[in-house]
Design a protein around this ligand. Structure first.
Ligand code: TRH
Length: 387
């Protein structure tokens, strides 16, 4: 065997499918890289393709996947530096996540394959306009007769779409139908007598103490469910400094699998999410979201953040004044030291406009459902490349 024993485990491909996929994933930090690759692998496998997922931190996947092992997916550790490959080892489609560069020996083996594999670089999601002009662009290899293609997830028809697997789509459609049936005139939002259920998943957040103090003064009940993230420690600290507070009702949640995480999103009214994957799943849950974007050193994330909310709020469900409040809260959450980040007045205003924000979230989700999902687009694209 050219490389290591895991090559022997390639599940047989059904002839009606694209065939075999090798996905390469290097974890930069946190859960997002693994999270996106796992969703992608699971989605492909659910459609009958055979997938090997090469990842440098396979242990992360154990936390993300549900209790039932998925057929057609083989999880492989990142190949060691001395691993050798032959053309027979190479899959029909090679997908590197976020330009992570497959091992040099594997790329050489790709160049020796009689039918060249389709080679895809799956990029980060963005709502920026330039995505459309870069999506599907080829990049010839400088040494080998190989061409890599860029695949950009996005929100418009000219992009690769977002991950939305058939099972989740079915759940969402059913949920949306139930919501339509249950709606009554003037409803569509929170009942003021009900509690506000907030789900929190964020990075280190300087606003937490001040925000908790505002929540503590709220007249209606606030349930704050905190996923495993830096906020849990910050909140514990605040609780120790505010013993006996009755508001908000804070619950520290354990880490759950991705399918359970999706259901957690469904169960809450306001979603604080971060990174890429939880941000997408919050949109699919059809709930108002406050996005804590992954910070980049050159501040490129600020443009990306604005591009998303421009599209999202561009539906114009919210009045100009409501949009202003929403944008200011998002801005404060992402840049707490900037002027105007005091939530004292902004927070009550945001809570008051929750019904309109919910309507915006539902209309946005409706648009996303019209889009062809990422895996369908990807399969169609590579089918054309491997012809
Ligand atoms: O964890 P993230 O911050 O991930 C990333 C990485 O930092 C990455 O380097 C960066 O490039 C990217 O963000 C933009 O956020 P994200 O993307 O939301 O990933 C979290 C994953 O964890 C997502 O798949 C949902 C999952 N998750 C669970 O499955 N269960 C849980 O209980 C929680 C809290 C999360």
């Amino acid at each position: 065997m050219s490389a290591t024993g895991y090559w022997m485990n390639f599940p047989a491909a059904s002839p009606s499918n694209i065939g075999r996929w090798d996905i390469f994933c290097r974890v930069i930090d946190n859960f997002g890289d693994a999270g996106v690759c796992w969703r992608l692998a699971a989605d492909l496998a659910s459609r009958g393709d055979s997938v090997r997922l090469f990842i440098d931190q396979p242990d992360l996947l154990a936390q993300l996947q549900g209790p039932t092992p998925l057929p057609h997916i083989d999880i492989c550790p990142w190949p060691t530096a001395d691993a050798q490959f032959t053309a027979a080892d190479v899959a029909d489609v090679v997908l590197e996540a976020f330009a992570c560069d497959p091992p040099a020996a594997y790329i050489e083996a790709m160049s020796q394959r009689a039918t060249r594999p389709a080679w895809i670089n799956l990029e980060y999601l963005s709502a920026e306009n330039w995505i459309e002009t870069h999506h599907r662009l080829p990049s010839p290899h400088p040494r080998y007769a190989l061409t890599k293609h860029f695949f950009f997830p996005g929100f418009t028809p000219g992009t690769g779409g977002i991950l939305r697997e058939p099972t989740r789509t079915a759940e969402i459609v059913e949920q949306a139908q139930r919501q339509v049936q249950a709606s009554v005139p003037n409803a569509g939002g929170l009942n003021p007598a009900e509690s506000l259920r907030i789900l929190l998943f964020c990075y280190e957040q300087a606003l937490i103490p001040a925000w908790l103090t505002i929540l503590a003064e709220s007249t209606s009940t606030v349930v704050l469910d905190v996923t495993p993230c830096p906020a849990q420690a910050q909140i514990r600290q605040w609780q120790s400094e505010h013993p006996g507070h009755s508001q908000p009702c804070i619950r520290a949640l354990p880490f759950v699998s991705q399918p359970d995480f999706d259901h957690l999103l469904d169960e809450h009214d306001l979603l604080f999410v971060r990174g890429e994957d939880s941000f997408v799943r919050a949109q699919l849950a059809g709930k108002p979201l406050i996005w804590h974007i992954y910070p980049q050193t050159d501040d490129a994330h600020r443009v990306k953040l604005q591009a998303f909310y421009d599209r999202y709020l561009g539906l114009e469900v919210l009045t100009a004044a409501e949009q202003d409040v929403y944008r200011k809260v998002v801005k404060a959450w992402n840049n707490p030291s900037a002027p105007g980040s005091d939530l004292t007045k902004l927070w009550p205003a945001l809570v008051k406009q929750m019904p309109a924000m919910l309507e915006n979230a539902r209309q946005w989700r409706h648009l996303l459902l019209q889009q062809v999902d990422l895996v369908s687009q990807l399969r169609e694209f590579v089918a054309h490349l491997v012809k």
